[in-house]
Design a protein around this ligand. Structure first.
Ligand code: NI
Length: 163
């Protein structure tokens, strides 16, 4: 088990759709364990493979009582609307208000390759959507209007130079 380095905007891997997970073996289980370690170390609630430099359709999360591994995730149903603050470990956790569906249903495979469906609402639904976006090469800032997106990027770059 190990904490991996988190890739940050604008590294190209974050903007690429990941490849499907095909091998459900011990190396995948080890990778997921590293992803949980990395996520907890960074005090995040979700982490997708592109965030540690791997272009794969895979994420882990532990958010609002829902802890899971999702390989080859897809959002198969959404309902309603919510508007609240969101941040990303790859964008220095700079927060911005993002409009998302209130409820989301996720379909994915666990580390053994078994398919499952899981419904969530509120914060956890937001995590399903945010992490599935990562697997599609999309960041939360891509949901923002241009000026707000530029503001988040500017703040992120400024905070980075201070570190
Ligand atoms: Ni993120």
């Amino acid at each position: 088990m190990a904490v991996r380095k988190i890739t940050e905007y604008p590294e190209t891997v974050l903007g690429k759709a990941g490849k499907p997970v095909e091998n459900f073996d011990q190396s995948l289980a080890d990778l997921c364990s590293d992803m949980f370690d990395t996520m907890y170390d960074a005090e995040g609630v979700g982490l997708a493979a592109p965030q540690i430099g791997l272009s794969l359709r895979l994420f882990v999360m532990d958010c609002d009582g829902i802890k899971l591994i999702a390989a080859n995730p897809a959002i198969i149903h959404t309902e309603g609307e919510q508007s609240s603050q969101e941040g990303c470990l790859s964008v220095g956790k700079v927060p911005a208000v993002v409009v998302r569906p209130l409820k989301a249903k996720l379909r994915a495979q666990n580390e053994k390759g078994e398919w499952f469906e899981r419904e969530a609402e509120g914060y956890a639904a937001r995590a399903f959507l945010h992490e599935t976006d990562h697997c599609d090469g999309k960041l939360f800032i891509d949901h923002l209007p241009k000026l707000r997106r530029e503001m988040v990027i500017k703040k992120f770059k400024k905070e980075k130079t201070w570190k």
